[in-house]
Design a protein around this ligand. Structure first.
Ligand SMILES: [Zn+2]
Length: 131
């Protein structure tokens, strides 16, 4: 199922095409010194991750959508259940978005990569021959 392939690749830091190689060098997004270190190609299928210069700039749109979704969900939780003061809510949203930004950046880049590369079972495990 396509959506499960995208989730697998996105949440486990795996190459979108073969699900074997890692996209980011480190699995921990909160290791801030290595936050943006992306492998150039997949170690398994040799997929080139950055297709053109500044390819990952497009991930900002995905990041914007994720952050907006976070805000909308908490807006309705507050509206229906929490009833926080406006200033407290703004502070909570701002701080939570800042705290989640390493995770958001990573997920948005992996999702952006999945938009342009589809999973291909021929690249799984050791099945690579002359593809
Ligand atoms: Zn790969």
């Amino acid at each position: 199922m396509k959506i499960l392939n995208i989730f697998y690749s996105t949440f486990l830091n795996k190459c979108p095409r073969c699900h074997e190689g890692k996209v980011f060098e480190q699995n921990n997004p909160y290791r801030l010194s290595d936050m943006f270190k992306t492998n150039k190609t997949c170690s398994h299928c040799e997929l080139k991750y950055e297709k053109e210069p500044n390819f990952f700039y497009g991930a900002m749109y995905v990041s914007y959508a994720l952050t907006s979704g976070w805000f909308i969900v908490w807006f309705f939780i507050d509206l229906l259940y929490l009833h926080m003061e406006t200033l407290n809510f703004a502070l909570f949203i701002t701080l939570s978005i800042i705290a989640l930004s390493p995770l958001t950046i990573r997920l948005s880049r992996l999702m952006w990569l999945n938009f342009f590369n589809k999973f291909d079972k021929h690249y799984l495990k050791k099945e690579i021959t002359n593809v």
